[in-house]
Design a protein around this ligand. Sequence first.
Ligand code: 3HC
Length: 311
Amino acid sequence: MAHFVKTCIRGFSTSAVREQAIKCVTVIGGGQMGAGIAQVAATTGHQVVIVDQSEDILNKSKASIHKSLQRVAKKKFADDAKGGEAFISEAIDRVSIQTDATNAVGNADLVIEAIVENLDVKKQLFTVLDKAAPQHTIFTSNTSMSYVSSLLALTEWYMLFGGLHLFNPVPVMKLLEVIRIPQTSDDTFDKLLAFGKSMQKTTVNCKDTPGFIVNRLLVPYMVEAVRLVERGDASTRDVDTAMKLGAGYPMGPFELCDYVGLDTMKFIMDGWCEKYPDNPLFQPSAMLNKLVEEGKVGVKAGEGFYSYKKK
Ligand code: 3HC
């Protein structure tokens, strides 16, 4: 009964709550994606809290935001150094950090989860946040592995839930996939679309399907490139050159794997393979698994398909 009552209160909110636009955003996870999302939310006028496990990680997130803001400012305020400095400091001022997720959602209109792709950890997090957040808070996941709806299992806020999938590097990539699960209310969905617009992203809508639109096409393409090299048909360098010069892609598939992270690629593939073991596109790759096992997960590790170590 308690479950039913809470679901109804969260889903059928009062008109005052319904009219409330998203102003305060809590981003859970200060990694590459989380920091990028926090940065763009801050530069577009939102108050942002980033949550992660330690001050150390959070300080690194803030440092990466600062570095990225400098790149944006350099372009946006090419002839206006003072304007650039103000742009950076205003954005930084809108970002605070927290190690306690329950404190961080106290004022949240929107929570965006961008933590490790581990279903149990995510479910546990949402269960805790559900109890701590105000009634109107919308919960979203930036997951690229799980079904968004699979995160609902232990929680009670069905109608205020959806997926927001952004792309790396978030300050540069213009797309936001907005995912609706069957329980997402029209009001929640409209707010997510409006939030995307306020972030100056172009939104596309997608049902809760593996990989949504972009990853469903991009990840099998990248793994197919790995299989091509595994068979000895061509070298990684030549495949990358071919796709950049022959298909006009900004990065070749191996450069992109290294950029996204081989661990992320493996998480995505493993999740899909477990769910759809007969789909040939979702079969594991020995080469990818070996590199991950060796810790060669791409740019962030200094090595993946290519080496990024300074000589
Ligand atoms: N922050 C701010 N600005 C950045 C940036 C960052 N992190 N990274 C790049 N930029 C800006 C640069 O300042 C530069 O601006 P300018 O052209 O005005 O000078 C511009 O972007 C281009 O950057 P670079 O000159 O350094 O390098 P490139 O021209 O090679 O572009 C790239 C880099 C934008 C990453 C481009 O190679 C690209 O678009 N690659 C494909 C990225 C992609 O496919 N992302 C999606 C991955 S899938 C995903 O994220 C989903 C997940 O679930 C797995």
